[in-house]
Design a protein. Structure first.
Length: 75
């Protein structure tokens, strides 16, 4: 009688693969969220190329983005 129930409630083999893929997907998404949150607190810089028809060659520069938001005062 015990053998009968053990066969009925036996977990399929593919179920372990699905569980492993679910754990992997959860781990990747948690790692992505952590990397995005830590990127918010790092100072960032953006490279840009400025060119116009009147300029013979393009100038390269660096645009610094402040880590803290800039507050504007009303006049």
């Amino acid at each position: 009688m015990d053998d009968y129930y053990s066969v009925i409630f036996e977990e399929p083999k593919w179920h372990r693969i699905v569980d492993a893929l679910a754990v992997l997907a959860i781990g990747i998404s948690i790692g992505f969220i952590i990397s995005q949150v830590t990127a918010l607190f790092e100072p960032q810089s953006v490279e840009f190329i400025q060119s116009s028809p009147s300029m013979p060659k393009a100038e390269t520069g660096k645009l610094e983005i402040p880590a803290e938001p800039v507050k504007f005062e009303e006049i």
